[in-house]
Design a protein around this ligand. Structure first.
Ligand SMILES: *Cc1c(COP(=O)(O)O)cnc(C)c1O
Length: 369
């Protein structure tokens, strides 16, 4: 860097810039806030549904070697073939299913939404569910319709099927298990939605490892099913790798919409190594599931707390005053997700990621104070 550069450079008038932004950037974009990511360093992080455990040392040593061998001067392998081969070895995929990779499954939500975004197209999902479905629909200028869950957070299949008949959605999102509720959708309900939907149904299985149920082996059985997954919730949130699986005719179209080189070379080097350590990841998932049970009982025993059944790595908990509790926990060094002020069904609810036993104990101690 040249340290003789001038300290102040010519600068446009701020009011002029603001006026140009206002008349150029779409109203809906200016009206939204950026996705909130709290400062989490030094905190107990129970807000983002990550795996709290680091990878074992032997796996990290292999990662170091794999990363050292990456040719960072070259673009990554465009289709991510080594990653797809490693996923195909690790997953119960049917013969002939195709895969497309994303920079996190967030990117795939954007890709799928863009691919169906004809003028007048509709995206339909239950409510509350993962917020990015709505955000990318807004960005792509497609109509977003939603159907409330039952009060116990199970899917209202009748209402959803009726809304499908009314809206004829090009795309239906079903997160199973759902975020922020934690509940998986029974296969029979998903089959009814598949039978009713005229367009594509994407089952988002971000938390499937914690539920134990998956539609992956059946993905070719239905003409309109794509299953989407991510490595984020099982321990690789920092690597950003999502994938969608389906009939090659669907996946081939989605593949045209993603950015070239969307999955970087470091991620492509790291993922096969981690997937090769399947037992280590499975042990962490088992530990999280065991802690989920313990944490649910302990939270459920606190006065005024109601814990909803969870098939994921987090718990949805109704408390007497969620905003107050979330801010007191933050002051005590613990981050949880406050859902109050979002959907009416999750009034006074917190979403709490299952942490390590020590983190969960710290949470319980702070709550009993
Ligand atoms: C976390 C999450 C995602 C996004 O995960 P990525 O980190 O972008 O892969 C997608 N769907 C659901 C339901 C989630 O909870």
């Amino acid at each position: 860097m040249n340290d003789s550069r001038p300290r102040s450079t010519p600068r446009a008038n701020d009011a002029d810039v603001a006026a140009r932004v206002q008349r150029t950037i779409r109203d809906e974009i200016r009206a939204t806030a950026a996705y909130p990511v709290p400062k989490s360093s030094g905190m107990i992080e129970l807000h983002a549904n990550e795996n709290p455990w680091p990878l074992p040392d032997d796996v990290r040593a292999k990662l170091a070697a794999a990363v050292a061998a990456v040719r960072l001067n070259r673009y990554p392998e465009g289709a991510g073939d080594a990653v797809k081969a490693a996923l195909a070895r690790a997953l119960p995929l049917p013969e002939g299913a195709a895969l497309v990779l994303g920079n996190g499954s967030d990117e795939l939500i954007q890709v799928i939404t863009s691919a169906i975004a004809r003028p007048g197209a509709c995206v339909l999902a239950p409510d509350p569910t993962f917020v990015m479905y709505r955000i990318y629909a807004m960005q792509a200028h497609v109509r977003y319709a939603s159907v409330p869950l039952h009060a116990d957070f199970t899917l209202d299949v009748e209402a959803l099927v009726a809304e499908i008949a009314r809206q004829k959605p090009a795309l239906v999102w079903l997160a199973s298990p759902n975020n922020p509720t934690g509940r998986a959708i029974p296969a029979a309900a998903i089959e009814r939605v598949l039978a009713a939907a005229p367009g594509l149904v994407v089952v988002d299985e971000a938390y499937a490892d914690f539920a134990g149920a998956t539609l992956l082996p059946r993905v070719l059985e239905f003409p309109n099913l794509v299953v989407m997954r991510t490595l984020s919730k099982v321990g690789l949130a920092g690597a950003r790798l999502g994938y969608a699986v389906g009939h090659p005719a669907w996946i081939g179209e989605l593949d045209k919409v993603r950015s070239p080189y969307n999955v970087n070379a470091l991620t492509q080097a790291v993922v096969p190594v981690v997937l090769g350590a399947a037992e280590a990841l499975a042990a962490q998932v088992a530990a999280i599931r065991a802690e989920r049970g313990r944490l649910a009982s302990a939270l459920g025993a606190l006065p005024g707390f109601a814990v909803s059944p969870s098939d994921a790595n987090f718990l949805l908990v109704r408390v007497p005053d969620a905003p107050m509790l979330a801010s007191r926990l933050r002051a005590a060094g613990i981050l949880v997700k406050n859902l109050h002020g979002g959907h009416p069904l999750t009034a006074n609810c917190l979403r709490i990621t299952v942490g390590t036993p020590a983190e969960n104990d710290a949470l319980l101690a702070a709550l009993t104070k």
